[in-house]
Design a protein around this ligand. Structure first.
Ligand code: HMG
Ligand code: MG
Length: 313
């Protein structure tokens, strides 16, 4: 892929927001969240107009007990036409469980750091790609679409610095396997805009920019700034988590993704289209915060009077 072609920004002002709260958010909750609450959260999010909602994960329940109910939870969701519901899958048993539960889109995952992968999936980068090869092959053969995640693209909690060349290599490998979209994860929120921009430009030299998504955890308050920089580079797919829920259970110090409602507020303010009803989304953020008995992590959900939000006060 020619680097200049990869850098061509899409003319479109539409940003595809990928909601990951039900998976990336709820996988990290200390208390067990009832299955019915998970189902209702997903249904409320789809009613807000979100086009993609990552619903759950089919990883080992020994590793992530919080999502051990995936087999019952996914079939219970009333799915909206036109909305995608990807689920996280680490291996072939996970794929088979996901398909049995009715998944038609999966997300496979690895990292640009061997050290992180050993903690998160119990193998290094190369073994993870070998493990994922038959997963992607079988998924595609059965008409299941595949998204790919690369974690630790701007730093690793165990290794420290991560070479951009490793991010490019792993992204390219996932794309070559058949992933139609590559989500680049700043798992522990260490990135800053100039670093994010440089990383994206490097990856876009080998994977078309239109196929790249960004996934910023907001641990150090840099997520929106990093997303703004990514939009300037031309990225139009952004992962986010309602109410800023979450973190990765195997990334020490990770906090939630950028809050979806804060992201939508920024995008609409920039004149970008998302198809999301912001008021309804803020209500959903407040609802899940109430269910989880926690204070909102997002700025928008903390503002008491909706009228003021709309007026920008
Ligand atoms: P392992 O222990 O090496 O695997 O784990 P194993 O094959 O030896 O299996 C161990 C046990 O788990 C066996 O059971 C398997 O049957 C069972 P036992 O014989 O002991 O009774 N098992 C399964 N059961 C159900 N479904 C499965 C499954 N697989 C194995 N799919 C493995 C390897 C990959 C399975 C494990 O390490 C794992 O599940 N890791 C997932 C960790 C995780 O979910 N982390 C969070 C998601 S990643 C993330 O959040 C980052 C992201 O948001 C992007 C970013 O922010 O950067 C995506
Ligand atoms: Mg994440």
């Amino acid at each position: 892929m020619n680097a200049d072609a990869g850098m061509e920004p899409p003319a479109d002002d539409y940003v595809r927001v990928i909601e990951v709260g039900p998976r990336d958010g709820l996988q990290n909750e200390a208390a067990q969240v009832p299955t019915a609450v998970k189902v209702e959260l997903i249904e409320r999010l789809s009613a807000c107009g979100l086009p993609v909602i990552e619903a759950t994960s089919f990883v080992s329940p020994k590793w992530v007990p919080q999502l051990a109910d995936a087999d019952e939870m996914l079939p219970a969701v009333h799915r909206r036409l036109g909305v995608e519901y990807p689920v996280l899958v680490p291996n072939l048993p996970g794929l088979h469980r996901a398909i049995a539960a009715g998944a038609d889109c999966i997300a496979v995952f690895t990292a640009a750091s061997d050290a992180f992968n050993r903690k998160n999936i119990n193998c290094d980068i190369e073994k993870s790609l070998i493990r994922l090869t038959p997963v992607v092959e079988e998924a595609l053969a059965r008409g299941v679409r595949v998204r790919g995640y690369v974690s630790c693209v701007l730093g690793c909690p165990y290794q420290g610095e991560v070479a951009v060349a490793d991010v490019v290599r792993v992204s390219k490998a996932l794309a070559a396997l058949g992933c139609e979209e590559i989500s680049l994860g700043d798992t522990i929120g260490v990135g800053t805009p100039s670093k994010a921009r440089a990383m994206l430009r490097a990856v876009a030299g080998d994977v078309p920019l239109a196929e790249l998504a960004v996934h910023f955890h907001d641990t150090r308050g840099q997520a929106l700034a990093n997303i703004y920089a990514s939009l300037e580079v031309g990225v139009r797919r952004v992962d986010a988590s309602v109410a800023g829920l979450g973190g990765c259970p195997y990334a020490a110090g990770a906090s939630g993704n950028v809050a979806t409602e804060d992201l939508i507020y920024m995008l609409h303010g920039m004149g970008m289209r998302t198809g999301v009803d912001l008021d309804q989304l803020v209500d959903t953020a407040r609802w899940i915060n109430h269910k989880l008995k926690r204070q909102p992590a997002s700025r928008l959900a903390r503002i008491p009077i909706r009228k003021n939000v709309e007026q920008g006060i």
